[in-house]
Design a protein. Structure first.
Length: 266
């Protein structure tokens, strides 16, 4: 007799039935989701929809990292959290929301400001990493960790009415990394939601696309956004895709195998 399937349970078959009906996903793809581990850095505007959809999809293990606490101004867009979450660590509030949605998954909440070595350690243990943070320093640190660990990275960003998503999968020799597209520089002007604002549903749109891309990467289906940047202008509701290539002189991915050295924010 063959090995028991993770979907031998009737309740699981019912819960994930609409996935199983998809020819490109099916039982095999759903079993991959159930066996997968997703690392989500950031439990705010982007991390909220991304985490909720991955938990609903049955990703077996989710590590949710955020060192911040829930504030009233977050509730306009950070749908993992509710009024009762005010003052609580976002990672712990998010964990409770994910388990309430799907107790079938394992959720690890880390209330930490990750340094480079910790990011590398966590990335090594994951099947896919989702960058749902809100600053360039952390984005570049996550990218370095994923390059060093050779783990696929799904990165999203949103500010005002504009959002963007891409996948950086360094398991492919010609795939670009985040630094290839957005070179790290000290003089880059950084916009923050706290000072410029952001449309609430926009982060939901971007975070949902991140979840879809992560599911594709885990299940091995479709064509992930590798070498493509998908952007959205929510004010005009226009989507655009641009292609980009690996920088052969990139100081990050042209020297693969080196552990990350910089210390990010959390």
């Amino acid at each position: 007799m063959g090995a028991a399937s993770a979907l031998d349970d009737d309740a699981r078959l019912t819960r994930y039935a609409r996935h199983i009906l998809l020819d490109d996903l099916g039982i095999e793809g759903q079993e991959r989701l159930l066996a997968a581990h997703a690392l989500i850095v950031g439990a705010g505007g982007l991390g909220s929809p991304a985490a909720l959809y991955l938990a609903a999809a049955g990703v077996g293990q989710i590590t949710l990292v955020d060192d911040d606490v829930v504030e009233l101004s977050n509730l306009q867009r950070q749908i993992l959290h509710v009024m009762a979450s005010l003052g609580r660590p976002k990672a712990e509030s998010g964990r409770d929301a994910l388990l309430a949605l799907n107790p079938d998954v394992q959720v690890r909440a880390l209330v930490e400001r990750l340094d480079a070595s910790r990011l590398f350690e966590l990335s090594q243990d994951a099947d896919v990493v989702l960058d749902c943070c809100d600053n360039f320093a952390t984005r570049h640190a996550i990218n370095r960790a994923c390059v060093a660990a050779r783990k696929p990275l799904v990165s999203g960003a949103a500010i005002k009415f504009s959002g963007q998503i891409s996948v950086y999968d360094l398991r492919a020799a010609d795939a670009p990394c985040y630094h290839c597209l957005f070179p790290e520089a000290a003089d880059v002007e950084e916009l923050r939601c706290a000072t410029t604002g952001v449309l609430g549903p926009l982060v939901g749109m971007v975070g949902s696309v991140q979840a879809a891309e992560a599911i594709k990467v885990i299940a091995g289906m479709g064509e992930p956004l590798v070498g493509r940047l998908l952007s959205v202008d929510a004010l005009r509701m226009q989507w655009h895709t641009i292609r980009f290539r690996r920088d052969p002189d990139c100081p990050v991915c042209a020297r693969r195998g080196l552990a990350p050295t910089a210390t990010p924010g959390g």
